[in-house]
Write a protein that binds this ligand. Structure first.
Ligand code: DLL
Length: 439
């Protein structure tokens, strides 16, 4: 339902729908999604044939457990467009996020998908007081990352004024927020904490800004960070969750009660499974979050394993919305790191390192948070046969590898070449990463 040009976006019939009624809607939508996938995506048809099911076996939302899971591996095997369920002429946008190797995970959207995504974001914004009179300053990155454009379209959808600042140039960000009197901020929580300090360094306080609310996500954060951001920027800080594969930001967003992000569960159906047995866990217990898209046309996904660990909150929310809520994401069931809001797999770094014959495959990644910014150092061994006469040559190689990594993963790293045998060899499962951030 498009509710443009209203003071806010509150899809009452959906957001207040009794759970039993919503289950019926979810079941109908699931059947349609399964049919779409079965008929248009060879990988899904094969998976369903292998599992011995057809779309006719899916009649209620509880039948979802009969369906096979989807993983990043499936997306990689179908790179770039093999998971699309709509003809090319209907795809109006693509986004992409990090894959586990050199290739990206690609997502395609039809116009209908963009409208749903915009409404999902707008519902979240509206539930926290954003209106069409708001000025939304968006400091998420614009581009293949879904953060910038997702929040942007959500803001425009509800008729607010959007400032597409994108990331970087903090002094300019502060000037824009101050001069334009933005009341809403969207950025990663770590950048928000960084902004607090930069604001003070610029001799300003929250009083100099007009912020009332902010939507922070794309990486894990804590209640301590919430307090720091709220006090430092003079706003109420809300958690916004999402992932590109499912759509982008706004899959779930907190309401004014800050009691865990409400999942837009008429559009994205959440499940929690045990990541080892793959069985659903009892209500309210922690496990791996799995999503099925219920209305997407471009790239619907069935039981997509997000690898995020968390639990679902079933208690009714004080705001009256009937959707399930997410508890804080407590970790991941894979080795993905989020550095300055960018998803990074150690295997991506490894695939850059092995391309240069002068360095060995032994490496160790250390991540610290210094002055509220994530800093990544990669210690990597030189090949035994490689010797340099001058320090200059080592520095040049360090610079080159660092540039290769930045261009491959989109995040800079300090590369430190060490002599052969320096990196601790593992006796069991190799430990590639030391994460010193206290998140
Ligand atoms: O991070 C989409 C997004 C943009 C969400 C802006 C919120 C705000 P991806 O780059 O595909 O998409 O990364 C998705 O980021 O599986 C989580 O591990 C992590 N993540 C996203 N939001 C949160 C959050 C965007 N609120 C991955 N809390 C997800 C904790 C989050 N982790």
């Amino acid at each position: 339902m498009k509710v443009n040009n209203m003071a806010y976006v509150f899809n009452e019939s959906i957001e207040l729908m009794p759970r039993e009624e919503k289950k019926i809607l979810q079941g109908k939508r699931l059947r349609a999604v399964v049919e779409r996938c079965y008929n248009n995506v060879p990988t899904y048809r094969e998976k369903m044939i292998e599992a011995g099911i057809t779309p006719e076996d899916i009649n209620t939302i509880d039948d979802i457990v009969k369906l096979p899971f989807t993983t990043k591996k499936d997306l990689r095997a179908n790179y770039p467009f093999g998971m699309f369920a709509a003809p090319k002429e209907e795809i109006v946008r693509v986004h992409a996020s990090s894959g586990t190797t050199g290739k990206l995970t690609v997502v395609g959207y039809t116009q209908h998908d963009l409208d749903d995504w915009s409404e999902a974001c707008a519902r979240g914004f509206a539930s926290c007081g954003v209106t069409k009179n708001s000025i939304i300053h968006i400091a998420y990155g614009y581009g293949l990352f879904t953060g910038g454009l997702g929040a942007h379209y959500g803001g425009e959808y509800m008729g607010a004024t959007v400032v597409p600042a994108s990331s970087g140039n903090t002094a300019r960000q502060i000037m824009l927020m101050k001069d334009f009197k933005a009341d809403t901020l969207c950025c990663t929580p770590s950048y928000a904490v960084y902004l607090v300090d930069e604001l003070h360094k610029a001799g300003l306080t929250a009083e100099d800004l007009s912020l009332k609310q902010g939507f922070f996500g794309a990486e894990p954060w804590t209640e301590e960070m919430r307090v720091k951001i709220e006090e430092g920027l003079g706003l109420k800080a809300y958690d916004i969750y999402g992932l590109s594969e499912i759509t982008g930001p706004g899959v779930a967003t907190e309401c004014e009660y800050q009691a865990g992000p409400h999942v837009q569960d008429d559009l994205f159906y959440p499940e929690i499974i045990d990541p080892v047995t793959l069985e659903p866990v009892p209500e309210g217990e922690e496990g791996e979050l799995v999503f099925t898209t219920l209305s997407k046309e471009g790239m619907p996904l069935i039981r997509y394993r997000t690898r995020d660990l968390c639990s679902l909150i079933y208690e009714p929310c004080k705001c009256g919305r009937t959707s399930l809520r997410l508890a804080r994401i407590t970790g991941r069931s894979d080795d993905m790191l989020i550095i300055r809001g960018v998803n990074v797999f150690p295997s991506q770094i490894e695939s850059v390192l092995i391309k240069d014959k002068r360095i060995s495959p032994y490496y160790h990644i250390t991540i610290d948070r210094i002055n509220n910014l994530d800093i990544m150092q990669i210690d990597v061994e030189l090949e035994r046969t490689v010797a340099f006469d001058e320090i200059k040559e080592i520095e040049a190689l360090q610079k080159k590898v660092s540039a290769d990594i930045a261009s491959a993963i989109g995040v800079s790293a300090k590369v430190n070449l060490v002599s052969c045998g320096t990196i601790k060899r593992s006796e069991g499962k190799a430990v590639y990463v030391t994460d010193n951030r206290k998140i």
